[in-house]
Ligand binder design. Structure first.
Ligand code: PMP
Length: 357
């Protein structure tokens, strides 16, 4: 009965799932190995003891946090919108611009929520394959021609791309923004801190550009659910009409602001993780049977003879990595770059599994 009531486009819908099992080392969700800096914990504890006013609704406009972000990026705070993770902003963007049947172009393989949010929003999906034999590189001309042919409302690009790790150049972002002026170009930069490259400098040039960032990865704040978008005021005004009120809890706003002010500590952590990425990549290359892709993010895509079997055996040994069901990615696992200790455990177990295969 309930099944008959569901919107037809959601009948065969496959939701986003996570692997909820116990573990020794968790390298499956591109989280940071670092918890809240001690200095922030102390400040937070003081604020909580003074009275955090949790009896009141939070600031629906996240003004203090947006001021901090605006000062950091040197952009007008009117162009910043804060979301319950960048996840929420992807959904809000689709709901703002994409009507029934409107086309959304996005890469495959990439972050699964682009498809899910388009389908839930009633839009129509247009997938552009990043080709395996081309190292999953973006062919921007293909995105441009698809966007034009399909009269797409929105193009979503992910750089560094999840899960392949490759980057889309600023020149190519500029090209698609200028060639598709009637399309909203969303650039998801969830992992950009690890690549030291951002399209933010293009914002003054293009009113159709919107950039998504998150505090879940480099800032180590996946647990507070906080992301933000950077765009011109025109786009921000529109998405503010759709964004649910009070979407970021007072505590999340507070923690995000305090952590953002700890730049030195965050920069040290990013440097450490990018060094660990180099270390992990070099060591993975030495493992017989493993082929890796260069990554600008905090994860590495690894091709293996029996990727799914290896992922299962790693899980049995308490090490979680990401594996995939779809035909192209089923040959790969994605490993998050962890601490040196975590990476060494992964390397040791992976080598032992492959040696006994
Ligand atoms: N974009 C990409 C590419 C991601 O990989 C993720 C999380 N895995 C997100 C957005 C969403 O992150 P969050 O909602 O935690 O900000």
């Amino acid at each position: 009965m309930i099944h008959d009531l569901i919107r037809p486009e959601l009948k065969d819908f496959v939701p986003y799932t996570t692997n909820q099992v116990s573990y020794r080392v968790k390298l499956d969700a591109n989280e940071s190995p670092f918890d809240l800096p001690m200095s922030v914990r102390k400040k937070l504890a003081d604020i909580i003891m003074e009275g955090p006013e949790l009896n009141l609704y939070p600031d629906t406009d996240s003004i203090e946090l947006r001021k901090t972000l605006s000062a950091y990026w040197g952009v007008d705070m009117e162009g910043i919108v804060v979301g319950t993770g960048s996840d929420q902003l992807i959904q809000v963007l689709v709901n703002t611009f994409v009507g029934k049947g409107d086309k959304v172009v996005y890469p495959v393989p990439s972050f699964g929520m682009y498809k899910i949010d388009t389908v839930i929003g009633g839009g129509s999906t247009v997938e552009v394959a990043l080709k395996e034999d081309n190292g999953f590189e973006y062919d921007i001309d293909e995105f441009i021609s698809k966007a034009k042919d399909e009269k797409a409302k929105m193009v979503i690009l992910c750089t560094p791309n999840n899960p392949t790790g490759n980057l889309l150049s600023l020149r190519n972002i500029e090209k698609i923004c200028s060639m598709c002026p009637n399309t909203v170009i969303v650039v998801d930069e969830a992992y950009a801190e690890f690549a030291e490259e951002s399209a933010v400098e293009l914002l003054p040039k293009f009113e159709n550009l919107i950039i998504l960032r998150t505090l879940s990865k480099a800032y180590g704040l996946a647990g507070i659910r906080c992301g933000y978008s950077l765009s011109g005021k025109a786009i921000a005004d529109e998405i503010n009409k759709v964004k649910p009120p009070f979407n970021i809890s007072s505590l999340s706003q507070l923690v995000a602001k305090l952590v953002f002010e700890e730049r030195e500590e965050i920069d040290r952590r990013i440097k450490y993780l990018t060094e660990q990425r180099t270390y992990l990549a070099e060591e993975l290359k030495k493992i017989e049977g493993a082929t890796i892709f260069p990554s600008g993010a905090n994860y590495i895509l690894v091709k293996l003879p029996d990727a799914q079997g290896v992922a299962k055996e790693l899980e049995r040994r308490g090490i979680l990595v990401r594996s995939y069901g779809d035909p192209v990615l089923s040959k790969y696992i994605r490993v998050t770059v962890g601490s040196k200790e975590q990476n060494d455990i992964l390397l040791e177990e992976l080598a032992s599994i492959l040696a006994s295969a």
